[in-house]
Design a protein around this ligand. Structure first.
Ligand code: MG
Length: 259
C-alpha cells in the first residue's frame, strides 16, 4: 500500500515587510506561488520558521460560528443544550493574524477567549447532505472567537459582542485535508496555563451536521470559514495577557491583548 502523504500545511507570511504564500515544513517555510483555492506551485526558496511573521492564511468570504457546541461549555454558562446548531456570524473586519494584537475595549466589560477549530469551505453548496459535507471542505485552521461576554448577555443578540475589530484571530496555518481526525486535540493556553482542552469528538453537532445545517438556509461559498464552537474553560483576558490556541497538526495561534 502507498504511504499516506502528510497533508500540506499552507500559510501566508511576511518577511521584512513583504508578503508570501508558503508551505510550512518542520523548521522552515517554503515559498509557494498561488494559493489552495486556485492551485499552488513551489518556488525553491525558504525561510527559517522563526524569521517569519504569520498573516491570516486568507481573507475569509464569510465567518460563520457555532454557539454552545461542547457540553462542558454549555454547562459552565448555565445554558440549555441546543436542539439544533446555533449559528451566528462575525464580520470579516474582525480578522487578525497570529502575532497581532487583540484590542481590549476599556468600556465593554468582560472580554473572553474562545479557542475553536475553524473549517474552511472549498466548494460552493446549498442543501448539502451530511454524507457529502466533507466534499465541500478545503481544510482546517484555528480561530479565537473573542467575545465581549457582558455585552452578549445585555444585547440579547450577539453581533456587537462578537464583532469588534480584532475579535477574530485566525491562523497561523491552513491544514489542507477534508477530514481532521476527531481525536486531534485543541488546547487554549492563557499566560502559560492550559485553560481549555478537548478533542473534536466532544462536539455536540458534528462538522458534517453543521455544514449541512448552514447550507439549508444560506449558500456556503468557497472561502467561507466556520468556527465550530468552544470547549469548556472560557475566561476573561486583560491588557498584557498572552493567549494561545493550539490544534494538533495545525500549530499555535498566538495573540497578545493590548489597549
Ligand atoms: Mg464561540
Amino acid at each position: 500500500m502507498a504511504k499516506k502523504e502528510k497533508p500540506v500545511l499552507y500559510c501566508r507570511f511576511s518577511v521584512d515587510g513583504r508578503a508570501f504564500s508558503g508551505q510550512i515544513r518542520d523548521q522552515s517555510v517554503d515559498i509557494v506561488e498561488g494559493d489552495p483555492f486556485t492551485g499552488m506551485s513551489p518556488i525553491r526558496l525558504s525561510y527559517p520558521i522563526d524569521r517569519v511573521k504569520f498573516l491570516p492564511p486568507f481573507a475569509p468570504k464569510k465567518i460563520w460560528c457555532v454557539g454552545r457546541n461542547y457540553l462542558n461549555h454549555v454547562k459552565e454558562l448555565n445554558n440549555d443544550v441546543p436542539k439544533e446548531p446555533l449559528i451566528f456570524t462575525k464580520p470579516t473586519t474582525a480578522i487578525i493574524g497570529s502575532g497581532d494584537f487583540i484590542r481590549i475595549p476599556s468600556w465593554a466589560g468582560r472580554i473572553d477567549y474562545e479557542g475553536e477549530l475553524a473549517v474552511v469551505i472549498g466548494k460552493n453548496g446549498r442543501n448539502i447532505p451530511e454524507e457529502r459535507a466533507f466534499e465541500h471542505v478545503k481544510g482546517y485552521s484555528i480561530m479565537n472567537d473573542v467575545t465581549a461576554r457582558d455585552l452578549q448577555k445585555n444585547d440579547g443578540q450577539w453581533t456587537r459582542a462578537k464583532g469588534f475589530d480584532t475579535f477574530a484571530p485566525f491562523g497561523p496555518a491552513l491544514l489542507l485535508t477534508q477530514e481532521i481526525p476527531l481525536d486531534a486535540s485543541i488546547r487554549t493556553i492563557h499566560n502559560g496555563k492550559i485553560v481549555q482542552e478537548s478533542t473534536f469528538d466532544m462536539m455536540i453537532f458534528s462538522i458534517p451536521r453543521i455544514i449541512s445545517h448552514i447550507s439549508r438556509f444560506a449558500t456556503l461559498e468557497e472561502g467561507d470559514v466556520i468556527a465550530t464552537g468552544t470547549p469548556g474553560g472560557i475566561g476573561p483576558m486583560k491588557v498584557g495577557d498572552l493567549i494561545e490556541v493550539e490544534i494538533e497538526g495545525i500549530g499555535k495561534l498566538r495573540n497578545i491583548c493590548s489597549e
